[in-house]
Unconditional design. Structure first.
Length: 146
């Protein structure tokens, strides 16, 4: 195994007994991307996010049990990979937003036949509620004389 850390340049790490701390630049990974990556690690480690200064987010991954430095670096490396994954998902989502909006609009407005509400109103008209066999008056019915 090489002596090079698994974490790329730009993510300088600080190892503790059960934790690893590193900073992430928001110019590369926006806060929502960092939070999305962090969310996927909540079942594996305790996560702490902090903003020590503008444009930087400190991430602390603390394991739930005893561990070794190699496992901590591997965990941070997996977090770095997930940052990239979340950033890519966000970029794809943003670039496809117009297409999704078009598909949804087409699905809502291009349905065959009348809407459900129109069908229900037509069914009510067919039933002719004004001439109920029990002669129960309805609010929109003309008052009867006699």
């Amino acid at each position: 195994m090489s002596d090079e850390p698994l974490i790329p340049n730009g993510l300088s790490t600080e190892l503790g007994a059960r934790s690893i701390r590193f900073e992430v630049g928001e110019d590369i990974y926006p806060l929502d991307v960092i939070q999305g990556a962090a969310y996927l690690f909540v079942d594996r480690a305790y996560l702490f996010l902090d903003r020590p200064r503008d444009g930087r987010v400190t991430v602390v991954l603390k394991t739930r049990g005893p561990t070794d430095p190699e496992a901590l670096e591997a965990l941070a490396g997996e977090f770095a990979n997930e940052l990239l994954n979340q950033a890519l998902r966000k970029n794809i989502g943003e670039s496809n937003a117009r297409i999704r909006e078009f598909v949804m609009a087409r699905a809502f407005f291009a349905a065959d036949g009348p809407s459900t509400i129109d069908r229900l109103l037509a069914q009510l008209d067919e039933e002719e509620l004004a001439e109920a066999p029990l002669d129960i008056a309805v609010p929109w019915q003309e008052p009867r004389n006699g």
